[in-house]
Design a protein around this ligand. Structure first.
Ligand code: F6R
Length: 263
């Protein structure tokens, strides 16, 4: 895992957006995996700026969102589909036919999950997957104990996730108890993974998933087994890491590799 520590939320967001933009420029019909929540809002704002000011082109980009609450229709103001349109899609030139978000009000979630996996496969797989991390170490809604082999499926939300996400709803009782989520197995098949995280509240969980053992109790730790995963943290989220000095040295000296070749 490559660990990039940044000064704060804004730098984290800018760096993340720049990586995504560079990947879009390299492959104009890239398949992105996208996340919702508070963390990626700054990244999406920067991508919108890059679209408006630098002409970053989303016209051939395909996207698959990680998850959606069961019971909310795509137009519900608290749905992740609504979030994505408000915070990214409606501001860029993405083709609505290329946008996939799990359908929270499906009558047949199992069949839907099978169909979603099939669409990812048909698109050629996910090139770049953006992730946040929950306070309990989840990626997407893969709560502690989720199998590393899991595919898109229905998952019951953990008590901590319900409490954490209550800030987006009028009352805690309104937070749905179930979600459709890509599995760890689905996420791990992405060619590249980019996880962003900020804030002191997540410092403990960052130390555990980056430097602790690989365990299904902290599902983000599965990323230790991925061959192209990058984590961008702000200083506060990185404050409990033990190997900060090494990560910072690598971040600032990667360009020196060439100088060492053939010495
Ligand atoms: C959302 C998702 C979740 C969030 C995580 C962090 O699509 O998959 O795993 O990334 O719960 O949420 P925030 O960013 O609100 O702290």
């Amino acid at each position: 895992m490559e660990i990039i520590i940044t000064s704060g939320y804004d730098e984290m967001s800018r760096r993340c957006a720049r990586i995504i933009a560079d990947e879009i420029k390299k492959k104009y019909d890239i398949v992105l995996g996208l996340a919702t929540g508070g963390t990626p809002i700054g990244t999406y704002k920067e991508l919108i700026r890059l679209h408006k000011e630098d002409g970053l082109d989303f016209s051939k980009v395909k996207s698959f969102n990680l998850d959606e609450y069961i019971g909310l229709s795509p137009l519900h103001k608290d749905s992740y589909n609504f979030f994505m349109w408000e915070n990214l899609f409606k501001h860029v030139n993405i083709n609505p036919g290329n946008v996939y978000v799990p359908q929270g009000d499906t009558n047949d979630p199992e069949e839907f999950c099978r169909w979603y996996e099939e669409q990812i496969k048909k698109a050629g797989g996910i090139d770049l997957q953006l992730l946040g991390i929950g306070g309990d170490g989840h990626i997407a809604f893969n709560e502690p104990g989720s199998s590393f082999a899991s595919r898109t499926r229905v998952k019951a939300l953990d008590k901590q996730t319900i409490e954490d996400n209550a800030r987006f709803f009028e009352r805690e009782e309104d937070v749905p108890r179930f979600a459709i989520t890509m599995g760890i197995g689905t996420i791990m098949e992405a060619r590249k993974i980019l996880l962003i995280v900020n804030g002191e509240k997540k410092a403990d969980v960052c130390a555990r998933f980056i430097e602790g053992p690989v365990t299904s109790q902290i599902t983000a730790s599965a990323l230790q087994l991925h061959n192209h995963a990058t984590v961008i943290l702000d200083k506060a989220a990185a404050s409990k890491l033990a190997r900060t000095e090494y990560y910072n040295w690598v971040r600032d000296n990667k360009h020196l590799v060439k100088k060492w070749i053939g010495r």
